[in-house]
Design a protein around this ligand. Sequence first.
Ligand SMILES: Cc1cc2nc3c(=O)[nH]c(=O)nc-3n(C[C@H](O)[C@H](O)[C@H](O)COP(=O)(O)OP(=O)(O)OC[C@H]3O[C@@H](n4cnc5c(N)ncnc54)[C@H](O)[C@@H]3O)c2cc1C
Length: 359
Amino acid sequence: MPAEMVPLVGWMQQRAAALDRDAAFPGEEVARLRGAGALTVPLPVATPTRDDAAADRLASVLMLTGEGNLPVARVLEAHLNALHLIARFGGPARLAEAVAATEGGALFALWVTDPPEGALRAVRAGATLRLEGGKQFCSAAGHATHALVTAEMEDGRRMLVLRLSAGERVTPLPAPLQGMRAALTGAVDFTGCEVPDSALLGAPGDYLREPDFSAGAWRGSAAAAGGLIALVDATIAQLRSSGRFDSPHTRARVGTMLAGREAARLWVQAAARCAEDPAADTDHRVATVGLARIAVERACLEAMQLAQRSLGLTAFRVGNPVERICRDLATYLRQPAPDEVLTEAATWFATHPTATVLR
Ligand SMILES: Cc1cc2nc3c(=O)[nH]c(=O)nc-3n(C[C@H](O)[C@H](O)[C@H](O)COP(=O)(O)OP(=O)(O)OC[C@H]3O[C@@H](n4cnc5c(N)ncnc54)[C@H](O)[C@@H]3O)c2cc1C
C-alpha cells in the first residue's frame, strides 16, 4: 500500500499551491488515494490482537499524504478516524458496510466540535431522530458524503453516522482559517434534518471512552509529521540551490531540523504501535500519545522557525511551498487542550517510572 502511494506524493505537492490559492477541495487527490487503497487501509482496530505491521502501514499512509499536501491528509485522517470509531463501536458488520460504501465513492467526515451557541441535539420522534443545531470546524464540509457526529440526547452524548445531502446547510466559517484552506473547514447546520434510528452508533458516552477518545490523536500527529518531512526537504532544496547551505549556521539549523524530523517519525511509530495495541494499558496508551502529540508539535514549530530563519523573507513569499506548508502546519497543529494533554501525560509517566513508550 505505501508503495502505491509514493508516486502520489510528488503529484500532490505539485497541485497543492493551486488548491490552496483557490481554497478548492482536493477531490482528485481523494479519488487517487481511494484508487491506491488509502481510504480503505486495514485498520488495526479491526484486529483483536497486537498488529504492529498494520499500525506502521496506517502511519505511513498518513505521513505520505501529509508529505504530499496537509489539507488532503486532514481529510483522510478524519475519514480514517470515523472508520476507526465505526469499527470500535459498531463491530465488523458496521465497518464492512462503511468500507463497501467507501469503495463505492463515499468519504466520511468526523464532526464533533460544537459551536459556542450550543451542542447539536437529537430528539426522538418515533423511529426517527430530529436534529437541532450544528457543528463548527467541519473539514470536507460540502464534499463528504457521510459524517460521524456527536449529538446530545436525553440519555447522554451519542454518536450518529449520517448520510449527508439530507437537508443540512453548509456555510463558511465566519472568519476563515489562515491555513489548511483546501480542507474546506466550514460550519454545518443540521436543524430540521430527520435521520433513522439506525444512524446511532454505540452507547451513550462511548465517544469519550478511552483510549479511543485521546489515543486517536496519534493519527493527526502522523499527518503533521508528513508536513514536517516536506517542510525540511523544501528548505534544504532551496538552501542548496541558492548557495546558502554552506554557511555553518545554516548547516547547524538544518541538522536541528533533521534531528527533529527523525524524532517525530520515531514518535509517530511508537505512538501508533502503543495506541493500537489492544493489550496495552488504557492510560499508558493515552499518555504515550499525549507525549507524542507534544513532541511532534514541538518539532514542527521548531522547524518552521528554523526554516524561516534560514531562508529569510523568501520563506514568506506567496508561491513558495515553505510559506504554504508553514501556514498549513501552524493551523493544523492547533489541536484541543495541548496543556492538559502534556500535564496528564507527565503525571502518568511520573507515577509509572518503569514505563516506556517503546514496548
Ligand atoms: C485544519 C483543522 C481542521 C479541523 N477539522 C475538524 C473537523 O473536521 N471536525 C471537528 O470536529 N473539528 C475539527 N477541527 C477542530 C479541532 O477538533 C479542535 O476543536 C481545534 O483544533 C481546537 O483548537 P484550539 O487551539 O482552539 O484548542 P483549545 O483546546 O481551545 O486550546 C487553545 C488553548 O487553550 C488552552 N485551554 C484549553 N482548554 C482550556 C481551559 N478549559 N482552560 C484554560 N485553558 C484552556 C489550551 O491548553 C491551549 O493553550 C479542526 C481544526 C483544524 C485546525
